[in-house]
Design a protein around this ligand. Structure first.
Ligand code: DAH
Length: 338
């Protein structure tokens, strides 16, 4: 071996010795293992450092100078590590563990809080708003029977809305509800007037998905039945709602329309921030006498109004969201903005 090779090999071994020794001392947790590491690396008789020192003899003068310096550095590092390990092993166990577990001088770690989905926020806000108008929240099943989804709502078997291509039928008698209106029927079946409820929930229609359509979306249904309820009450409630939810500068208008379960029926539009364009918010009307009769109410005695609005649309208008699909993708870059 040339003198250069000899030096290189000795330096390589010294480096490995230092790495191993520091690791052994760092990892020893009690007095015995610290002492064992000391004997293995720093021991006067058989210690590995002692053996490394012996290799000095075989080097030429230039090699001795280089190796000697590295050797002293390694020795210093190992001795310092041993002093530290010994002190650590001597500390009472509990204090040692606690000191390892928590450094109170470090800056705190920020916990990131999640929040409710924008659609849930909208739904909660609507429940709260209508609650203040005296409407109480009701629910109904998403797997609905054809009787409640259509029949009791005065939608006859021949009606195009019942087409198999317009609905998700599960059997002849069961379907995923296509609207929240069947909840009106369930509420009226269960109680006597006066009734003042809203219901929020998912509805399903086999629409092709695009920026404004989805096969599943949410509606809010409202129903008020009492002695002497008129169209003026409907208009007032919807106007107050629009002003509360979207702002006092929002106007609403009614357009004549047709729904089998209301007579007369209207579609409700909202004009937003003094804009040019009326946006359709949903349908409404006076509950059809046939519907009242179907649940055992007397249309000569009580009257009522009902409405159904799309929640996505309200949420999208409120937050200027232009694609309904964003609401269902659960992309936190989108959701964290609300
Ligand atoms: N259910 C209707 C739909 O999904 C919306 C609707 C219209 C609900 C008129 C009503 C109503 O309660 O009175 O298109």
């Amino acid at each position: 071996m040339t003198a250069t090779d000899l030096l290189a090999s000795a330096l390589g071994d010294l480096e490995a010795l230092e790495r191993d020794g520091l690791a052994a001392l760092r990892d020893s947790r009690d007095a015995e293992s610290v002492e064992a590491a000391r004997i293995e690396y720093l021991g006067q008789k058989q210690g590995r450092l002692k053996a490394a020192q012996e290799r000095l003899k075989a080097l030429d003068p230039a090699g001795k100078r280089v190796y000697g310096q590295r050797f002293n550095a390694t020795k210093g590092a190992l001795e310092a590590a041993w002093t530290e390990a010994k002190a650590r092993a001597e500390r009472p166990a509990a204090a040692g563990a606690a000191a390892d577990a928590l450094d109170v001088t470090l800056p705190g770690r920020k916990t990131r809080l999640g929040h409710r989905h924008p659609l849930t926020q909208t739904a909660d806000e609507l429940i709260d708003l209508f609650g203040r108008f005296g409407f109480e929240a009701a629910r109904g099943p998403e797997v609905e029977d054809v009787f409640h989804n259509f029949e009791a709502l005065n939608i006859p078997p021949s009606h195009p809305a019942r087409d198999t291509l317009e609905n998700f039928y599960l059997s002849d008698a069961l379907m995923l509800r296509s609207q929240t209106s069947p909840i009106q029927i369930r509420v009226m079946e269960a109680r006597r007037p006066p009734v003042r409820v809203i219901a929020i929930g998912r509805v399903y229609r086999p629409d092709t998905v695009d920026a404004t359509h989805s096969f599943m979306f949410h509606q809010i249904e409202g129903l008020m039945v009492d002695v002497g309820v008129t169209m003026a009450d409907l208009k007032t409630v919807l106007r107050l709602f629009a002003e509360s939810y979207l702002g006092t500068d929002v106007k609403i208008r009614f357009r004549p329309s047709f729904f089998p379960f209301t007579e007369p029926s209207v579609e409700v539009d909202m004009l937003w921030h003094g804009g040019e364009r009326w946006v359709e918010m949903g349908g409404a009307g006076m509950v059809d006498p046939n519907v009242l009769r179907a649940v055992g109410y007397d249309p000569e005695e009580v009257t009522g109004f009902a409405f159904g609005l799309g929640i996505e649309r309200l949420c999208m208008r409120r937050h200027a969201i232009d694609d309904i699909r964003l609401l269902y993708q659960n992309d936190t870059r989108f959701l964290s903005q609300f």
